[in-house]
Design a binder for this molecule. Structure first.
Ligand SMILES: [Zn+2]
Ligand SMILES: [Zn+2]
Length: 337
């Protein structure tokens, strides 16, 4: 662990929020041969990436969108001449997996938990022989997606997959359902660094449409047991272990607040969204997780607790366009890929 990460970690502790400012679109060395790159989600819908330089090859964390992959490839090449052999998709969403073909063209194999393939079969029906799915929808608004093709991961793990050259060790893990049904984590036990994908984010980026918040809490609790000192989230700045605690606290608080309305009618719950939002914002540890997705998050938890969706055009349907296909659709309209 180098000095800059130590000082940043200390700053995070001082702030007691787990939130740390970092520069978007900049490759940051966070340990020997380990890098973090915060993606430009606002401008291009990009996810965060990481990469680990092994003796013979590079393992990249997350495929990103095609334009996100193209953004970081020169940055990796500027650091090492070792080939990128593996691209790990933390889950199936476009902003984490649609760049796979770009990595394949670099000679890499896309890797993921088996649940990612199941999710792709469910949502990417165009590829699997059914009606056009999310890829085709996203391609209408993203030239980078339109110019590439969907490439599902071909190297899959069920429980875990380990990369270990004696110097570095990366364990790809799965703790159950969270943000999706195929969330993978990349754990570096020597450096105590955890790449979480969107199971843990650092800011108002929680899309809940493809997951289950009750399971999510359990999955985060299991990930917490690793004892990570550095959290590299799927979106937002990296931080110390508090980020995982704060993300967990957000879902626990959200579920607790919605539970108060579990037996109310959908319209009453919909009306209560602002009140719930206000309650969550009072807690400074989780306030940064409360954003425009709150109505969809409240609705999702309410439905999980036995309620009915708010209206025909539910908050979840609105929210779907904000993240699932993914993050980039509206953003792409405004800013290009
Ligand atoms: Zn996602
Ligand atoms: Zn994402």
């Amino acid at each position: 662990m180098n000095l800059s990460i130590v000082s940043r970690t200390l700053l995070c502790v001082a702030a007691a929020t787990g939130f740390c400012s970092a520069e978007v679109n900049k490759a940051e060395k966070i340990a020997e041969d380990v890098y973090f790159h915060e993606g430009d989600i606002k401008g291009h819908g990009h996810c965060n990436n990481g990469w680990i330089i092994f003796e013979d090859y590079v393992l990249v964390i997350d495929g990103n969108f095609p334009s996100g992959a193209q953004e970081i490839i020169p940055k990796i090449k500027a650091i090492t001449d070792k080939p990128v052999r593996f691209a790990f998709d933390t889950h199936h969403h476009g902003d984490h997996a649609y760049g796979n073909q770009v990595w394949v063209e670099q000679g890499a194999v896309p890797v993921a938990h088996t649940g990612v393939i199941e999710e792709m079969k469910k949502y990417e029906t165009g590829y699997y022989g059914g009606k056009p799915g999310r890829w085709e929808d996203t391609a209408k608004n993203r030239p980078d997606v339109a110019a590439s093709k969907l490439k599902p991961p071909t190297l899959l793990y069920d429980k875990d997959m380990i990369f270990d050259d004696g110097k570095h060790r990366v364990e790809l893990l799965h703790f159950g359902v969270a943000h999706t049904h195929g969330d993978g984590f990349a754990w570096l036990p020597k450096e105590k660094i955890l790449f979480t994908g969107d199971a843990c984010v650092n800011g108002a980026f929680n899309y809940v449409g493809d997951g289950d918040t009750e399971q999510w809490v359990k999955t985060l609790a299991a990930a917490k047991k690793l004892g990570a000192k550095v959290i590299c989230p799927g979106h937002g700045p990296m931080g110390n272990g508090d980020v995982l605690d704060d993300q967990l606290a957000f879902f626990e608080s959200l579920r607790k607040e919605v539970k108060k309305y579990a037996r109310k009618k959908p319209d009453e719950v919909k009306t209560a969204v602002d009140k719930i939002k206000g309650e969550l914002q009072k807690n400074e540890r989780i306030a940064r997780y409360v954003g425009s997705g709150i109505a969809a998050q409240v609705e999702k938890v309410y439905v999980e607790m036995g309620g009915k969706p708010f209206t025909d055009k539910s908050a979840a349907a609105e929210e779907h366009w904000r993240h699932a296909d993914a993050h980039g659709r509206e953003l792409a309209r405004r800013a290009g890929p």
